[in-house]
Structures are given as C-alpha cells and as structure tokens.
Ligand binder design. Sequence first.
Ligand SMILES: CC(C)(COP(=O)(O)OP(=O)(O)OC[C@H]1O[C@@H](n2cnc3c(N)ncnc32)[C@H](O)[C@@H]1OP(=O)(O)O)[C@@H](O)C(=O)NCCC(=O)NCCS
Length: 173
Amino acid sequence: MPTAPLLVEAFSETHIPEMLDWFSTLEALVQWGGPGLSFPLEAAQIQAMLAGTKAVAPERSMFAGLVDGKLAGHAQVALDWPNGVGRLSRVAINPQMRGRGLAAPFLREVTKRFFTNPAFARLELNVYTFNEAAIRTYRSLGFREEGVRRSSAKVGDVRWDTAIYGLLRNEWN
Ligand SMILES: CC(C)(COP(=O)(O)OP(=O)(O)OC[C@H]1O[C@@H](n2cnc3c(N)ncnc32)[C@H](O)[C@@H]1OP(=O)(O)O)[C@@H](O)C(=O)NCCC(=O)NCCS
C-alpha cells in the first residue's frame, strides 16, 4: 500500500524528465502508449502530447500522480467532444512504485475529474489482453469488456490482441 498520499494534478512540462526512463524496451513503450510512438521515449514526443491540452476544447487531458513529490503516475484522456466520449490512455505507474496499489486510486481520481464535465457520457480504453495488472485495475473501477480486436497491433515480429473496455456515466460510482 502507498506510504504517502497520492496527489493528482495536471501533467506539465516539469514532469517530463521524470518519466523518460520508464520504458526500457520498444515492447514496454508500445504497451504504454500504443504503436504510434518511437523508441526511446523522448521529451519532444511528450511535449507534442502536451500541446494537445492547450485549446479551449482540448484534444486531450493529461494527469500526473505524485507521491512524496515524485512522479508516481501518468495518464491521458483523449477527448471526443462531439460524441461526449473520452479515451483513457497512456496510463503508467512509475516502475519503481509498481505493485503498491497506486493504479486504482490514481485512475479513480482521473475518472472522477473526467465525469465532472457533464459534456461526457462515456469513458473507454484499449488494453492489450496480456496486461493483467492493467485489466484488474480497470475492472476494479467498473470498466466492462466490450470486445477484442484480435491481432490488431504489430510489435516487432509479433502481434497483440487489443481489448476494448467502456464505462458509462450511469455506471460510475
Ligand atoms: C498497469 C499498471 C498501471 C498497474 O499499476 P501497478 O502499480 O503495477 O499495479 P497495482 O499495484 O496498482 O495493482 C493493480 C492490480 O494488478 C495486480 N497486479 C499487479 N502487478 C501484477 C502483475 N505483474 N501481474 C498480474 N497482476 C498484477 C494487483 O494485484 C492488483 O489487482 P487486485 O487489486 O485485484 O489485487 C502498471 O503495471 C504499469 O504502469 N504498467 C506499464 C504500462 C501499462 O501497461 N499501462 C497500461 C496500458 S493500458
């Protein structure tokens, strides 16, 4: 269990250096961020994501979880404003802080903040089907599996299955 309270705030430029060494292989990077990123993770890639948080109706929100002032977690929500749908993505707990039960409280707070905006009715996510720790976390928050896109990601020479999960506003809490 966490030894200090987990605080959640908007992810900002100052957090970037702390997460650059979180993904030590291409597979770990893709597991976190999907196949669109280039390995190794560099500040410019995260800065480009941050640029998407700036508009009045931004394309994404980005969150930092802090424990004892250290970056403990990162998460994003891509925002589909016309449909009132968010896609929880790029969720990670600092590798040095994994296995302490931080993921659920971090994402519970992110989910709470997302549903605070009445414009949004649904939060969804994609997760590779082998990712047990992530799936256990999402299920504990009430996300339901809605299907599997078989063989949908190519990582090096192997292919991964992607499960789709969703949580509707009236299922939250
Ligand atoms: C997925 C992730 C955020 C979970 O955080 P964590 O600190 O490892 O996990 P927690 O300690 O909060 O535990 C969450 C659940 O997973 C289980 N768990 C933890 N590590 C596990 C492992 N290696 N294998 C299987 N289950 C595991 C825990 O028992 C807990 O389940 P429970 O509440 O039913 O007991 C973290 O492992 C991570 O950052 N992984 C790399 C990036 C990633 O895969 N992101 C998700 C993309 S969809």
